[in-house]
Design a protein around this ligand. Structure first.
Ligand code: AMP
Ligand code: ZN
Length: 466
C-alpha cells in the first residue's frame, strides 16, 4: 500500500514499525462549539483509513485527542456563564454524538489535554534541560533555531519565515530570544484555569499537548500522524521539533493531511463564520450521506460543498442500498454455480481487487466507490431469482463488506415497531426515575439513530418518526 507522505512529498510504500501493527495519531477538535462539516472531513477520512488498515489485517492503535483548554473555550465559558471544564465536557459529549451519527468509530483512546498536564511539564522540563527551551517571566518558549530540522515538514526556509514574522510584531515578541520561538507554557491571566508548574501558574501551549499525548499512548515513535492540511504549519512542524528534540528519535514516519472542505470556494471555518454544522446536515440528510459525500473525492483534493453534490451523494448511496435490498430479497436456486455464474463470481473478485488497488494507491476512496458501483451494476444485470443461492449471497456479502470498510451502512435498518418504541420509552422513564441518566440518554440516542424523536412535554413523553 502506498500513501502520500507530506514529509517527503512523495507516495511511499507503507511499512509499519512493527509487523502487523499500526500506531496512528489524528489531531482532534478544540471543543468549544458543535463541530462543522469541515471538521468532519478528517474524522471521516481517517476513520475510513483505519477501517481499511483493519480490513488488511493490521491491529490499529488509533489515538485522537480533544483539546479541552484553549482561549476560545475560556471565551465561550464566560459567554455562557459556566466553567471552561463544563464547556469542554458539553462539546465532547456532542462531538461524540455527531461521530456516532457519521458512523465514525471511537478511537482506541481519546485523551484530553487537561488530563495530561504532568506529561507536558515533564516534556517541557526535558526540553529546557537539553537547551531547546527557555523561560522568561513565567513563559516557556521553544528555541526554534536550535532544532536543525525545523521546517522539514512544511518545507519552509527559516530565514524566509523570519522576515515575514518581523513585520508581524506579535505581543510578547520582545521577551523572546527570536521571533520564530513559540510558546510551550504560558502564565495564567486573571480568571483563567491554571496548573502549578516550575515556571508559573499557567497552562500549556497547544502544540506540546499532541507531542505528549502521542508519546504517552503510542510511544516515542509512531507510524502515522494525520490531520487537516492547515495543521502542517505551524502545529505539526512544532510537534516534530518538540518530540524529536525531547526523544532523540524520528517522531512519525508518515504524515497524512486532508485537503479542505470549502464552501463558495473558501475554507469552511469557525472563524470565517461560513460553516454548516453536522447537526444542520442531520436535519436534512441521513449522516451516511455526508460520509458518502466526503469519500466521493480523494482526501487530498479540495472539495466544495453544495446541495447538488449532497443530493447526488444521497442518490448514489441509495443505489447501493437498493441493490443490497434486492439481493437480500432473492430466493435463488439451491445448486452449484453454472459456467456463466462462475464467470460472474470471477468478475466480482476482480472488482474487489480493483477496489483494493484504488485504496492501496494513496487511499483513493473515489475510485473505490466507483468499483462498488460496478459491483452493483453487475449484480443488477446478472444476478436474479434464477441464480444459484451461493452467487446471490456472495454478491450481497461483497457489497456489504466493502461498503462497511468505508463505514457506509448500506443494509436497510429494520424499522422499530410502535410497541418497541413504547417499551423503550417506558424503560427510559424508569431509568430517569432511578436517576440513571446515562442509560436514559443512551435510550434517547438509540431511538434517535433509528429515526425516532422524543419530546419531553408537561403531559409526558411524546414521540414521532423523522
Ligand atoms: P480545529 O477544531 O479547527 O482544530 O479542527 C479540527 C480538525 O478539523 C483539524 O484536523 C483541521 O485541520 C480540520 N478542519 C478544520 N476545518 C476544515 C475544513 N474546512 N476542511 C477540512 N478539514 C478541516
Ligand atoms: Zn495536534
Amino acid at each position: 500500500m502506498k500513501i502520500y507522505n507530506t514529509l517527503t512529498k512523495r507516495k511511499e510504500e507503507f511499512i509499519p514499525l512493527q509487523e502487523g501493527k499500526v500506531s496512528m495519531y489524528v489531531c482532534g477538535p478544540t471543543v468549544y462549539n458543535l463541530i462543522h462539516i469541515g471538521n468532519a472531513r478528517p474524522m471521516i477520512v481517517f476513520d475510513s483509513f483505519r477501517r481499511y488498515l483493519e480490513y488488511k489485517g493490521y491491529q490499529v492503535n488509533f489515538v485522537s485527542n480533544f483539546t479541552d483548554v484553549d482561549d476560545k473555550i475560556i471565551k465561550r465559558a464566560n459567554e455562557e456563564g459556566i466553567s471552561p471544564g463544563e464547556v469542554a465536557e458539553k462539546y465532547i459529549f456532542e462531538c461524540k454524538k455527531d461521530m456516532a451519527g457519521m458512523n465514525v468509530k471511537p478511537a482506541t483512546t481519546h485523551p484530553r489535554a487537561t488530563e495530561e498536564i504532568d506529561g507536558m511539564i515533564d516534556m517541557i522540563s526535558t526540553l529546557i534541560e537539553k537547551g531547546y527551551a527557555y523561560e522568561k517571566n513565567g513563559t516557556v518558549y521553544y528555541r526554534t533555531r536550535s532544532f536543525k530540522d525545523y521546517g522539514k515538514l512544511s518545507h519552509k526556509d527559516l530565514d524566509n519565515m523570519q522576515s515575514g514574522l518581523r513585520e508581524l510584531k506579535v505581543s510578547g515578541a520582545d521577551e523572546k530570544e527570536d521571533s520564530l520561538d513559540f510558546v510551550l507554557w504560558k502564565p495564567r491571566k486573571e480568571g483563567e484555569p491554571y496548573w502549578e508548574s516550575p515556571w508559573s501558574q499557567g497552562r500549556p501551549g497547544w502544540h506540546i499537548e499532541c507531542s505528549v499525548m502521542s508519546k504517552r499512548y503510542l510511544g516515542e515513535q509512531i507510524d502515522i500522524h494525520a490531520g487537516g492540511e492547515d495543521l502542517i504549519f505551524p502545529h505539526h512542524e512544532n510537534e516534530i521539533a518538540q518530540s524529536e528534540a525531547c526523544n532523540g528519535k524520528e517522531f512519525a514516519r508518515y504524515w497524512m493531511h486532508n485537503a479542505f472542505l470549502n464552501i463558495d470556494n473558501k475554507k469552511m471555518s469557525k472563524s470565517l463564520g461560513n460553516f454548516l454544522l453536522v447537526r444542520d446536515i442531520a436535519e436534512k440528510y441521513d449522516l451516511g450521506v455526508l460520509r458518502f459525500f466526503m469519500l466521493s473525492a480523494h482526501y487530498r483534493s479540495p472539495m466544495n460543498y453544495s446541495v447538488e453534490l449532497m443530493d447526488a451523494a444521497r442518490s448514489g448511496l441509495e443505489r447501493i442500498i437498493t441493490a443490497v435490498t434486492r439481493l437480500g430479497g432473492l430466493t435463488g436456486e439451491e445448486r452449484e454455480l453454472n459456467v456463466k455464474e462462475q464467470e460472474i463470481a470471477v468478475d466480482l473478485e476482480a472488482l474487489r481487487a480493483k477496489y483494493e488497488a484504488a485504496l492501496d494507491d494513496d487511499f483513493n476512496t473515489a475510485d473505490a466507490i466507483s468499483s462498488i458501483f460496478e459491483m452493483v451494476k453487475l449484480s443488477n444485470t446478472s444476478v436474479s431469482d434464477n441464480s444459484a443461492k451461493e452467487l446471490i449471497k456472495a454478491a450481497r456479502q461483497q457489497i456489504l463488506e466493502l461498503s462497511d470498510v468505508l463505514g457506509l451502512i448500506v443494509e436497510k435498518q429494520e424499522e422499530l415497531l410502535d410497541s418497541d418504541v413504547e417499551e423503550l420509552i417506558a424503560e427510559r422513564a424508569a431509568a430517569r426515575k432511578a436517576k440513571n441518566f446515562a442509560r436514559a440518554d443512551e435510550i434517547r440516542n438509540e431511538l434517535l439513530e433509528k429515526g425516532i424523536i422524543l419530546e419531553d412535554t408537561r403531559q409526558g413523553v411524546t414521540w414521532k418518526r423523522k
